[in-house]
Design a protein around this ligand. Structure first.
Ligand SMILES: Cc1ncc(COP(=O)(O)O)c(C=O)c1O
Length: 366
């Protein structure tokens, strides 16, 4: 008799469940400040809470296909209609659906690193080979490398994914470079998880009208502040969206989440308040930490900031450990480009951001 292990598909072997230990720690120890997962520090607005309560009372009912919220999303983005919009249980599920739609075991997904870790995790499940093209670290900036991405294409390439602005580096890729990659005809996923912090004027959604192969992903986890709600979506040509939709797990987005999402999308003032607060706090932290000699600050268009320190005897990991002593959960970053000085913060309340700035000063200047 064969052992149970031998029945698993081979590419699943060795893959592990994703455990977000810093988020588990934050729930276990609520007295710690959550400055590690690019969450929004502001709780949902009253309008969103109202929708949660209203549809919570109808939780005995199955959801429809999300007609109302998909129409709203299409309108906001200047698209024809609901046929251009696919809903996911967070955008992480959207990548899962896209990867499953295009990638067979052994085929390749190109990503620009450092980037969001879920691309690789969901790649592992479909047996994808992840091809990581590093950004270029030059003149205290981490730059996109579209030439490197184009050079990495092989006959096995099935998807190219670019995050815009990128997490963790916070910067945008140039508009022309999106066109160059779109012109390859390869499925091209542009992850716009943080786009609302700069406004939809910076979105590449218009490319979906000209290029059927371009798919935009978004989430309500960031500027809209609904990470725990789980609501993300993809935008694209109707023929592409309808095919990916075949992978949808029925009722993947709950009734409560879709109506709360609609309320959030309709609450323009709520979004503006969150964006303005975030951008002002980004500026505060960048200015204050920027005063410390030896720390490179990567200007962010998101709700997080990446730093690289070149101060002898000090490391990014040391900073993260110091943060915990000060009650702050921060995020480390594996050594890269020959430096161990990397760390990242997520914007918190103003008081939390002050605590962070003080902790950084204390660690690096003592
Ligand atoms: C680049 C990027 N995409 C997407 C997400 C969000 O995922 P979700 O919509 O599943 O919450 C994140 C969250 O950190 C992210 O950094």
């Amino acid at each position: 008799m064969k052992k149970i292990d031998e029945y698993f598909v081979p590419w699943l072997k060795g893959q592990k469940m994703y455990v977000s230990s810093h988020i588990d720690l934050a729930w276990k120890r609520p007295e710690l400040h959550r400055m590690m997962s690019n969450e929004n520090p502001l709780p949902p607005s009253d309008k969103v809470i109202e929708a949660i309560l209203k549809y919570g009372k109808m939780a005995n009912r199955y959801a429809d296909q999300g007609f109302a919220v998909r129409q709203k999303i299409a309108d906001i983005n200047g698209l024809d209609g609901i046929e251009n919009v696919l809903l996911g249980n967070g955008s992480s599920e959207v990548y899962d659906m896209i990867w499953r739609s295009f990638v067979a075991p052994g085929e390749e997904v190109i990503q620009q690193t450092p980037c969001f870790g879920i691309y690789k995790l969901r790649g592992g499940i479909v047996g994808a080979k992840m091809v990581s093209v590093p950004m270029i670290y030059k003149d205290k900036q981490l730059l996109f490398d579209p030439d490197g991405v184009l050079k990495a294409i092989t006959p096995k390439t099935k998807i190219i994914v670019i995050t815009n602005p990128n997490n963790p580096t916070g910067n945008f890729m140039k508009a022309d470079d999106f066109v160059r990659i779109a012109e390859t005809g390869l499925p091209f996923v542009v992850d716009e998880a943080y786009i609302e912090y700069s406004g939809l004027g910076k979105s590449q959604v218009k490319l979906t009208k000209k290029y059927k192969n371009v798919i935009i992903t978004r989430t309500l986890s960031k500027a809209y502040g609904l990470a725990g709600m789980r609501f993300g979506y993809a935008l694209g040509h109707k023929d592409v969206i309808v095919q990916i939709a075949a992978t949808l797990i029925p009722w993947n987005v709950s009734t409560i989440a879709m109506w709360a999402a609609l309320a959030a999308l309709e609450d323009g003032a709520g979004l503006q308040e969150r964006v303005e607060f975030n951008n002002q706090e980004v500026e505060y932290i960048e200015t204050e930490v920027g005063k410390i000699k030896g720390i490179t600050v990567f200007h962010s268009n998101g709700n997080y900031i990446l730093f690289d320190s070149a101060i002898p005897g000090k490391t990014g990991k040391g900073m993260v450990d110091h943060g915990v002593k000060k009650g702050l959960i921060l995020r480390g970053q594996d050594p890269m480009y020959g430096s161990e000085g990397w760390f990242r913060v997520t914007i918190g309340s103003h008081a939390e951001n002050e605590l962070f700035v003080n902790a950084v000063r204390e660690y690096f200047t003592h």
